[in-house]
Design a protein around this ligand. Structure first.
Ligand code: IVH
Length: 662
């Protein structure tokens, strides 16, 4: 009885979601929907054994989880190459025409969210996953179930994988940010970040509140359903209960039509309820798709046209000068905050005096801002015709804004040469703890600056004595007992870092990450490096006169030697722990198979690393294979590994495991 009613309610509610989201024509009122929903919730509470996997009550979220499980995609989730102008559209079309004489293309908005994969078994949603690195994603099933435009039960009871974009509409984005501001939280920078952050919540109740959406656009196995074109895929997806961009997707056959579509969609862009960042062009006929195939990384049968970076006008309020670790002075534009490419920005670098003079940039000017690579804001130029009053031309400062020392100009940049300048000291401390250097987790710019100003840390060796201020640190705003302990633990752990991190962290002029590694590998210990000669240094490939001079200057300076002695006394290790010194329990005694195109290292390199760490490589996958490392476009070895349930690593997994050299 109750079970029948539960079944009936699940079906009514799921069907009405379909009518609402896909058909855009609801047949029941919101009130009726709410009543059915409440009745179902009550019944399920009383009779949990009858709760169905596809119950719409899953949409409110469930128990929080500890971590996301990794899932290996049944077929890699690839993306397209990006193009930016008409010329590249024509080139793409020419490339296609070489293999397919009269292609038809589907044109679709390029949704600006994150791609997701949904797996249905017998019509019921059983798994949702993020793209991850394309081979391995994260299991976000609980979170995906909260997305109302994701059908929990398809209109047909089939097994199928569906891919599309998880995104946040502008409307939900505004609402989420209003709420975040009310709660004193930092607003999301743009809808894409908001969607990505929301879908990766361990507590699906939070995801449910964020009101995400899903736009379906791709079937990895269309042939299994007798589908012959991308257009048919989209129709089929709609029939199954997915939302597609029905009114915006289009089929065309010439580059002229493609450009018209791009212009048209570009003009509509601002009025759409969701963010898009371009147009996806796909060959429509799936047999043509097969003929075109893939390059080593991406499909040849499609491409993503990206809209030009959005440019926005604003007023330049001030130019503030900052001092870097090397004493370099950088002018920065502070402007009236504006939304650019989805996020609110208020400052951008102006690089140096010449840059400011070339652009004739003046405080009070109307300036044009854009985001380079959609991430870093830059000043494109000044609207001189909108300069209303006589604004003063840019003038470079002559003295350090922090310590007052007279600046010295070297090539394009000005420098504060005072080694005791507090700004330089703080920047050096920030560099020491940064990710590529000693990587002491939890230390951001703000806390380092605070610790410097409170006189707890004046030089890098002071980090290792910070524990003596443990009680005082607990008084710091925003830090509790636990976070202070984490900071101190991070400091302790960093003592075990390999030598190259320390060399880089010391901030020797011209010595970047790569050179630090070369030095560590060559000298093995800090003492060896300290007793080197100019001739020895210059004999190393990749080390030229400037670097050798800089290293010699560093090691001949008694303050630096004292500092290194102090670090040693605190127990900081100064040994190279590279591959040739230790075996690795993740690799040792295992047989590895490499498949697909590897981008981060060559096969030879990978094989060498495996061997150095006590593993073996083999060319075929068998039940004895320990791990298969998968690059892009893996072939039958990847399939076989899936079938045999063999551990699969991406290139990143491999690098991570190599780093975790235990
Ligand atoms: S098709 C092989 N269609 O943009 C790629 N992708 O490079 C199959 N995207 O990572 C994906 N809108 O996340 C496809 N209508 C659309 C899309 C779309 C946005 C994303 C997708 C992919 C990237 C394309």
């Amino acid at each position: 009885m109750e079970q029948d009613r539960i079944n009936q309610l699940v079906d009514i509610i799921n069907r009405s979601s379909y009518e609402y989201y896909v058909l855009d024509s609801p047949t029941i009122t919101d009130q009726e929907y709410d009543d059915y929903f409440r009745e179902l919730l009550k019944l399920e509470e009383k009779f949990p054994m009858y709760k169905r996997q596809d119950s719409p009550t899953n949409r409110v979220g469930g128990q929080a989880i500890d971590k996301f499980n990794k899932v290996v995609h049944q077929r890699p989730m690839l993306s397209f190459d990006d193009i930016f102008n008409e010329e590249e559209v024509v080139e793409f079309d020419e490339r296609v025409r070489k293999l397919v004489p009269n292609p038809e293309y589907t044109l679709e908005p390029k949704m600006d969210g994150l791609s997701g994969s949904l797996i249905y078994e017998k019509g019921v949603l059983v798994r949702g996953a993020t793209r991850g690195d394309g081979i391995v994603g994260e299991d976000i099933t609980f979170n995906v179930k909260t997305i109302k435009s994701v059908p929990l039960h398809l209109t047909q009871d089939i097994d199928i994988e569906v891919r599309g974009e998880i995104y946040m509409s502008f409307d939900s984005f505004e609402k989420s940010n209003q709420e975040r501001e009310r709660n004193g939280e930092t607003p999301f920078a743009n809808p894409r970040n908001a969607a990505a952050g929301s879908v990766r919540q361990l507590d699906s109740k939070i995801t449910a509140k964020r009101n995400l959406d899903f736009m379906a656009y791709f079937l990895p196995n269309p042939e299994d359903y007798g589908i012959k074109t991308q257009e048919e895929s989209l129709k089929f997806l709609r029939k199954l209960g997915f939302v597609t961009n029905k009114n915006l997707n289009q089929v065309v056959s010439t580059t002229n039509e493609i450009m018209m579509y791009i212009d048209d969609l570009g003009a509509k862009r601002e009025k759409l309820p969701f963010a898009i960042d371009g147009v996806v062009i796909k060959v429509n006929d799936l047999s043509d798709e097969e003929k075109l195939g893939f390059t080593s990384r991406v499909p040849r049968w499609g491409i993503a046209y990206k809209f030009p970076a959005e440019e926005v006008l604003t007023t330049l309020l001030d130019i503030k000068f900052t001092v870097g670790r090397t004493g370099k002075i950088t002018p920065n534009a502070l402007f009236h905050p504006v939304h650019v490419a989805g996020s609110l920005v208020s400052k951008a670098t102006l690089h140096n005096e010449d840059y400011c003079k070339q652009k004739d940039i003046r405080i009070g000017d109307i300036i044009c801002i854009r985001k380079a690579g959609d991430v870093i804001p830059e000043v494109v130029g000044v609207k001189e015709n909108r300069r209303t009053s006589s604004l003063s031309p840019f003038e470079m400062i002559r003295f350090c804004p922090m310590c007052g020392e007279e600046l010295v100009k070297k090539e394009a940049h000005h420098y504060c040469m005072n080694e005791h300048c507090p700004a330089r000291k703080i920047e050096s401390l920030i560099h020491f703890v940064s990710r590529d250097a000693m990587y002491i987790e939890g230390f951001g710019e703000r806390i380092v600056e605070d610790l410097y100003n409170m006189n707890y840390i004046k030089k890098v060796s002071d980090f290792y004595d910070l524990k003596k201020y443990k009680e005082e640190l607990k008084e710091l705003e925003g830090y509790g007992e636990k976070s202070i302990q984490n900071l101190l633990d991070g400091i302790e752990a960093s003592k075990q870092n390999s030598l190259e991190r320390l060399i880089f962290a010391l901030g020797i002029r011209y010595i970047g990450k790569k050179t630090a590694k070369i030095l560590a590998k060559k000298y093995k210990t800090m003492d060896n490096l300290l007793s080197t000669t100019y001739e020895d240094l210059i004999s190393i490939d990749d080390i030229g006169e400037i670097m050798a001079d800089s290293i010699m200057n560093f090691i001949q300076n008694s303050c630096n030697l004292d500092l290194i002695t102090e670090l040693k006394e605190y127990g900081v290790q100064m040994l190279y722990k590279g591959m040739d010194t230790k075996n690795n329990s993740y690799i040792e005694n295992k047989t590895f198979v490499l498949t697909g195109s590897l981008e981060k290292f060559s096969r030879e390199e990978a094989s060498r690393i495996i061997e150095e760490n006590g593993g073996k490589t083999s060319s075929s996958v068998t039940s004895k294979t320990g791990v298969v490392v998968v690059g892009s476009h893996p072939g039958s070895k990847y399939k076989k590994a899936l079938e045999l349930g063999i551990e699969i690593w991406t290139e990143d997994d491999f690098l991570e495991k190599v780093k975790k050299n235990t």
